[in-house]
Write a protein that binds this ligand. Structure first.
Ligand code: ADP
Ligand code: MG
Length: 730
């Protein structure tokens, strides 16, 4: 029996997982496994505690001796929970998280065995990390990379079975300080935003001393049965089905969306949620998504850097817990052709230390002006750096989604809703060159009260926008489901920081010329509206007209990753990142190289899997059925029946032969194309070759014939689980 049929019959015998998930209040377990400041207060001396708090605020580095005390405190806490090992936890550019476990156990010089965690081990480690991507950075500068403690993110304990490991969040840098991970540049971008935003806030409120960017992600994912997944080598190796005919029932009925969650999946969700709560991930919502077998989890928003950690952790936890339930979580952007893909909406805003959400429309003219300032600056930033924002979400997986009619297009535009669009228009026309005090009336627009209602009307339509204002935050929707949010967040926060810096300069310029502060601000806002108008789009982002319209407006539309990535290394990008101290030129070049290499590897693996499946699964299944048909035809002939009796069989036989031939020839040609691409020296040219000469030239074509065969060949002979089985059986 093939794995496919074993898997299907297994399904019936999977016992109902009786979960010992604690029933009770979430608050009782929330942050149980996190070294929060409250816990720190219990385990640290006054001196150590103060030092930790100061370093979290970014004010002061923890010095070595105090680090020793903090390490001891963390260890004491961890040991009460049965922890024996620790690891520096980091987010390398492979896109997963990494850890290397060390035990507290050590032997002193006199032979005494003890358990120890010293300040040095807390602050810095040298993971054996030569195989993490570095884009040549480590080779150029220095062979070693090391992880360095990031006190802004609290330590936590991961439980795997009975094993418990203390995880110290770290950044991963080369010996000479170049960042090799997602986290280090993100922290720098957040600092750039803080500085620039505080300066602008001080026009309105002198009490603001810190601005933090906030992020609430919405994670989409598929869940399928593990045995069925195991019978699909493509899913196991590239998280995506490279073949598979559409099921008779797809998502036409849309009956899955907000429908009841299947029981097996529900048990899995409750289980992973408990793990998340213990780790302080504030999950809030769970629901079905549009596609069958697709779901979403979303937390309450947090500071960006914490939210990024939490999302990375969540992706790990989901995968691990799903296996416990004999399920598989698919985080790929497009696991099933013809079925909606998965994204990770990034809801983003900025908050002051005085408790104000800077993207929340105000109640008074003054707070309205502050809102408009940050609102318009964000739009301007997206307008000016649309290409960079696009590059921040580019990946082989996301290419399947952006541009297909289900996800925001690869064209970056901003949706603000009709009401705010009118406000912007009004400012543009009313605040003419001779804006004077009478025109201050515009500031009295009741933006605050009018927005919520108007947004309700628009929520449906604005689902097609890659960057939408949703009442009190922007939602960057084009981020891929498997991506680390840090990449998109680094770019977004940097471009807004830069725009705010320029804004401040522009406004100060007018003030120096004698203009009143509010009037000067209004003038610059107006100028920015005019400058960035073309990025605003209220219509249907999926439509063909928008593609034409966007082209007329001169908005970039980069459909594929290798080309979208070019934006990372333009002189403009280099200047932006360098002047905001986020990336050096060398770091940008390295990252560009790494992203290209990731793309190449992904397409390369998919191409290999395609060839493998075609030759070892598809063609053999088809041949078996051909033999059945031949036997049948010969039998009918021998029985003396006329040709009309086996006419259909002959037809099927012919069709199958044709498709087999096509698949075979094309797989051969695909292998050749890959060989040619592999010999290309330049990484960029090679990535483009993989995109056009390998993927675009063959993938859909081969798939077409394979999917035809799936329809023709006897179901009994077909070895790969079909879409209807993976998506609908539980
Ligand atoms: P929906 O988009 O479905 O209407 P919500 O508006 O409640 O739902 O929020 C969706 C996501 O946006 C949630 O993850 C939420 O935490 C996040 N979010 C809400 N406010 C902010 C904010 N000020 N900054 C960042 N994220 C936010
Ligand atoms: Mg949303």
């Amino acid at each position: 029996m093939s794995l496919r049929f074993q898997a299907i019959s297994n399904l019936r015998s999977i016992p109902d997982e009786k979960q010992d998930v604690p029933v009770g209040k979430i608050t009782a377990i929330f942050q149980e496994n996190v070294f929060t400041l409250k816990t720190a207060r219990q385990y640290l001396s006054d001196e150590a505690y103060k030092s930790l708090v100061a370093s979290i605020r970014g004010a002061k580095k923890v010095d070595r001796t105090v680090a020793g005390q903090i390490a001891n405190g963390i260890k004491a806490w961890a040991e009460t929970k049965g922890v024996t090992h620790f690891t520096h936890w980091f987010q390398p550019l492979t896109g997963t998280t990494a850890e290397k476990h060390d035990s507290f156990f050590t032997i002193k010089s006199d032979g005494t065995p003890i358990e120890e965690f010293d300040g040095g081990a807390l602050i810095q480690q040298e993971p054996d990390a030569s195989s993490f991507p570095s884009g040549g950075l480590r080779a150029t500068f220095e062979a070693r990379g090391y992880t360095a403690w990031d006190p802004s993110s609290p330590a936590f304990i991961i439980e795997i079975g009975h094993g418990k490991t203390l995880c110290i969040p770290t950044i991963f840098v080369s010996y000479t300080g170049e960042s090799l991970d997602y986290k280090a540049p993100l922290l720098k971008a957040l600092e750039a935003l803080n500085k620039a935003a505080v300066d602008v806030c001080n026009y309105f409120d002198k009490n603001v001393t810190k601005v933090t960017a906030t992020l609430g992600w919405e994670q989409e994912y598929f869940v399928i049965d593990e045995s069925l997944a195991n019978a699909r080598p493509d899913l196991i190796q590239c998280e995506r089905t490279v073949f598979g005919a559409a099921p008779a029932k797809g998502q036409q009925l849309e009956d899955h969306y907000f429908g009841s969650i299947p029981e097996r999946v529900y048990a899995f969700m409750r289980d992973f949620e408990v793990e998340c709560y213990k780790l302080g991930i504030p999950l809030k919502t769970r629901h079905n998504e549009v596609a069958p077998a697709q779901f979403e989890a979303a937390p309450i928003f947090e500071e960006v850097s914490v939210a990024v950690d939490h999302n990375a952790l969540l992706m790990d936890i989901m995968d691990r817990v799903a296996r416990r339930h004999k399920l598989r979580v698919l985080l790929h952007e497009k696991p099933f052709a013809g079925i909606n893909g998965s994204g990770k909406h990034n809801n983003w805003s900025m908050a002051t230390d005085t408790g104000v959400n800077l993207l929340s429309p105000g109640k008074t003219p003054k707070t309205n002006l502050m809102f408009l300032t940050f609102f318009v600056n964000t739009i301007k930033a997206v307008h000016d750096y649309a290409d960079l924002l696009r590059s921040s979400i580019a990946s082989a997986g996301n290419d399947h989604r952006l541009g297909a009619n289900e996800a925001p297009p690869a064209i970056i535009s901003v949706f603000v809703g009709q009401y705010l669009a009118n406000v912007l228009n009004e400012i543009e026309s009313r605040v003419s060159a001779k804006f004077d005090e009478q025109d201050e009336a515009i500031l009295k627009l009741d933006i605050h009260r009018s927005i919520p209602e108007l947004l309700l009307d628009n929520t449906d339509r604005n689902r097609t926008s890659p960057f939408a204002f949703t009442g009190n935050k922007f939602e960057f929707r084009a981020v891929g489901s498997s991506a680390n949010c840090a990449n998109a967040m680094t770019v977004l926060n940097t471009i807004v920081a830069e725009t705010l810096k320029v804004f401040k300069k522009d406004v100060d310029g007018l003030i120096e010329k004698g203009e009143k502060k509010e009037i000067a601000i209004m003038h610059i806002i107006q100028k920015y509206i005019v400058d960035s108008k073309k990025v605003l789009f209220e219509g249907d982002g999926y439509s063909e007209e928008w593609h034409k319209e966007a082209e007329r407006r001169g908005l970039p539309n980069l459909r594929t990753t290798p080309l979208a990535l070019d934006a990372m290394i333009t002189p403009k990008a280099k200047k932006l990142f360098e002047s905001n101290a986020v990336y050096s030129h060398a770091e940008l070049e390295a990252r560009h190289e790494i992203e290209l290499e990731k793309y190449i590897k992904k397409v390369q693996i998919e191409a290999r899997i395609m060839g493998d499946l075609a030759l070892n699964h598809i063609i053999p299944s088809a041949i078996k059925y051909q033999n059945d048909l031949i036997q049948n035809i010969n039998g009918l002939k021998a029985a003396g029946l006329p040709e009309s009796a086996y006419k259909s069989q002959l037809q099927i036989l012919t069709k199958i032969s044709e498709h087999i031939q096509q698949v075979h020839e094309k797989v051969d040609a695909l292998v050749e194309a890959r060989k040619i691409a592999n010999n290309i020296e330049s990484t960029r040219t090679k990535a483009i070759a993989y995109c056009t000469q390998v993927k675009e030239a063959f993938f859909d074509d081969i798939r077409y014939h394979v999917d035809k065969l799936e329809h023709l060949v006897d179901d009994e002979h077909w070895t790969l689980p079909k879409y209807r089985e993976m998506l609908f059986l539980r």
